[in-house]
Design a protein around this ligand. Structure first.
Ligand code: ADP
Length: 448
């Protein structure tokens, strides 16, 4: 095992990684921007290095500064967390070239999966079901029209380099296709520095189901069941749970086997997630692969009984994965508590937390880096913390979450707590009857 690692991230995930390292006796180095001087990841790491001003490109995205910090402190490995440089193939490459173990996959794997159109081709070749659509990148408007006519409307235009719910356009009318393709290309070029787009069938009211995967350096790839992440706003997740209320034992086995096949075909190493859309007929389609630890990994940890950060360190150090199949036991739910105003379409609400009380008790977990008096900087994401409850079954996990949300206090900024409170009381949510469009017809103010 490593004796010291550097964490190239901030916020709750940096703290989450530090906690596991402390248990394992692995020393930690935090890096931080000037805006994060008073952050808990800085306080609880064994060492901390300031790497620059608040904007990401001058600090958490600045590869030379992070590598220098690793050299200065004598770290052996670098954990990228999620976001920032976690899926940057160049960073993985530079870490290795500079003599540090990158706690994540090799650059080739990140590259193969980072381009969504290429990833789809790779999965299709491995026999994983994919959504019908263009063969890779759309070359021109005529080709887009041909594809749309073949697969039928509606279609979704997606940026190959898109992420975080951005870079997607839905088209219901063939007359609007050409214009939308051009707009999607222009937007993608501006946002992701890559204007390539592809087209796929827009699935009617799907559910978002993803499989947690792990690969080791000895050729073993295993899966740890699914997470359901259908409760979304603007194609971004707000609540996740494991297991999914609708995935049967058979569907789980089929999705798990397809995921293992896909990941094995590229010799995948590390933590990864394969995202699928599940349609009304219980057919599933590959959407994308994320080559990192996900925000929502705790729900899997709770039902599978494994610390996935420990597992990441274990395989990065050359350890073997157990091939023993693990089935989910009980039920776990995660609510993303964001500094956002649900009354104003989830607009960010940064500022100072004037008062903070964390809920607790049996089956409760809060992964958070905030405290009373903490300033949420406007430069980064708006996550205050992830509230996770675990229960013997889904109803118990929901009731526990309801009680925790009523107990939790975050003052000074607007948060998503009132939204989640209403959700826990909603009959359709409680019955497990929802899809990715749930929020369009959910009036949380009325339900709450
Ligand atoms: P990102 O990488 O930006 O998160 P994804 O490809 O994971 O983008 O898609 C995010 C969400 O967009 C999905 O969870 C789903 O709600 C919606 N979506 C994406 N592709 C389709 C599709 N073909 N049909 C219907 N909905 C889709």
């Amino acid at each position: 095992m490593f004796s010291k690692i550097l964490i190239a991230n901030r916020g709750e995930i940096a703290l989450r990684i530090i906690r596991t390292c402390r248990e394992m006796g692995v020393k930690t180095v935090a890096v931080y921007s000037e805006a994060d001087r008073h952050s808990l990841h800085v306080k609880f790491a064994d060492e901390a290095v300031c790497i620059g001003p608040p904007p990401g490109r001058e600090s958490y995205l600045n590869i030379p500064r992070i590598i220098s910090a690793a050299h200065l402190t004598g770290a052996e490995a670098i954990h990228p967390g999620y976001g920032f440089l976690a899926e940057n193939a160049e960073f993985s490459d530079i870490c290795a070239a500079s003599g540090f173990t990158f706690i994540g996959p090799k650059p080739e794997m990140i590259e193969a999966m980072g381009d969504k159109a290429r990833a789809k081709e790779t999965m299709k070749a491995a026999g994983v079901p994919v959504v019908q659509g263009s063969d890779g990148v759309i070359k021109n408007v005529d080709e887009a029209r041909q594809v749309a006519e073949t697969i039928g409307l509606p279609v979704i235009i997606k940026a190959v380099a898109g992420g975080g719910g951005r870079g997607m356009r839905i088209v219901h009318n063939i007359d609007e296709l050409a214009q939308n393709v051009v707009m999607a290309q222009t937007e993608a070029a501006a946002a992701f520095n890559n204007g390539d787009v592809y087209i796929e069938k827009y699935i009617d009211r799907p559910r978002h189901i993803e499989i947690q995967l792990f690969g080791d350096t000895h050729g073993t790839v295993v899966h740890y069941s699914e997470r359901e992440c259908s409760i979304q706003r603007r194609h971004q997740k707000l609540l996740e749970e494991s297991p999914s209320p609708v995935v049967s034992e058979e569907t789980r086995a089929a999705m798990g086997a397809a995921s293992i096949k896909g990941a094995s075909s590229v010799g995948y190493v590390g933590a990864g997630t394969i995202e699928f859309l599940l349609d009304k007929d219980n057919k599933f389609y590959f959407m994308e692969m994320n080559t990192r630890i996900q925000v929502e990994h705790p729900v899997t940890e709770q039902v599978i009984g494994l610390d996935l950060i420990r597992q990441q360190l274990h395989v990065a150090a050359g350890g073997r994965l157990s091939k023993r199949p693990r089935k989910p036991e009980g039920h776990a739910i995660e609510c993303r508590i964001n500094a956002e105003d649900p009354e104003k379409d989830f607009r960010p609400s940064p500022g100072q937390i004037t008062s903070f009380h964390a809920p607790g008790g049996y089956g409760v977990r809060l992964d958070s880096h905030v405290y009373s008096g903490y300033h949420i900087p406007p430069y980064y994401d708006s996550l205050i913390g992830k509230l996770i409850t675990y229960g013997a079954d889904r109803a118990e996990a929901i009731d526990r979450m309801k009680s925790c949300l009523d107990e939790m206090v975050v003052e000074g900024v607007k948060t998503t707590i009132p939204f989640h409170r209403a959700l826990m009381r909603d009959e359709r949510f409680r019955a497990g009857e929802f899809d990715t469009h749930f929020l369009e017809s959910f009036n949380w103010k009325k339900s709450g």
